[in-house]
Design a protein around this ligand. Sequence first.
Ligand code: ATP
Ligand code: MG
Length: 268
Amino acid sequence: MAAVPKQATPHVFCIANQKGGVGKTTTTINLAASLASLKKKVLLIDLDPQGNATMGSGVDKNSLKSNVYQVLIGESSIADTRMRSESGGYDVLPTNRELSGAEIDLVQLESREQQLKKAIEQVQHEYDFVLIDCPPTLSLLTLNGLAAAQGVIIPMQCEYFALEGLSDLVNTVKRVYRNLNPDLQLIGLLRVMFDTRVTLQQQVSAQIEEHFGDKVFKTIIPRNVRLAEAPSHGLPGLAYDKHAKGSKAYVEFAKELVKRLKQENKVD
Ligand code: ATP
Ligand code: MG
């Protein structure tokens, strides 16, 4: 097969799981910082009104001149709104509570699910990767993320009910694929907060591999307190403690992702 030339557009990935507290934001921040350490140009989009990815990247959500809300309703652009995560080495499209009102304003707009996609198109030549941190809901915000993305990365904990929740999400991805975005793919499942000492986690992990085969990333992110501490300092794990096993695991994950995309001839 002939080699495909380097993509002119970035990889746009949603980090999504309807389940709360499964490690979406931690994965988005640390994948962004890890890809940046591999010399990739990265934009992190914080689509969750909680603003955790914004704060965890070292950007103060309370002193923004504009945020993703204005971008979604067409009052501002990504170029005018983005901030720099100095510690992470990537750009951030930040957010705060104001975004929680966006649902109501968006409903009135035509092509309301495509607002983010349109905004990304204006800056896409500047990035290798755009990573979207989704809220733990299937809202119009998440739909904007899924409509803008080529792929979904699903972080999950290896717990008893994990597989059950997963089928809802996979069905959602299929529906968005059919109705809104024919480019959307499931990129892969990432096992996070993993504790090798817990037999149940090993069992569920094996079940996930059985069910999803190649769609499961080989890299497993361990439970690591340094990853949990880092956001309170406004730092990605890599900047807070690059020797921590959690930080190293995210760098391994970034390498695996890039390698996988390269094998699919999708990246230099
Ligand atoms: P929400 O659904 O509220 O957006 P989320 O899916 O984004 O949550 P996170 O905020 O990333 O989840 O993680 C939930 C909590 O678990 C946080 O306190 C975070 O610091 C912690 N955490 C995430 N990953 C790890 C890890 N590998 N080891 C230890 N703690 C972790
Ligand atoms: Mg989150």
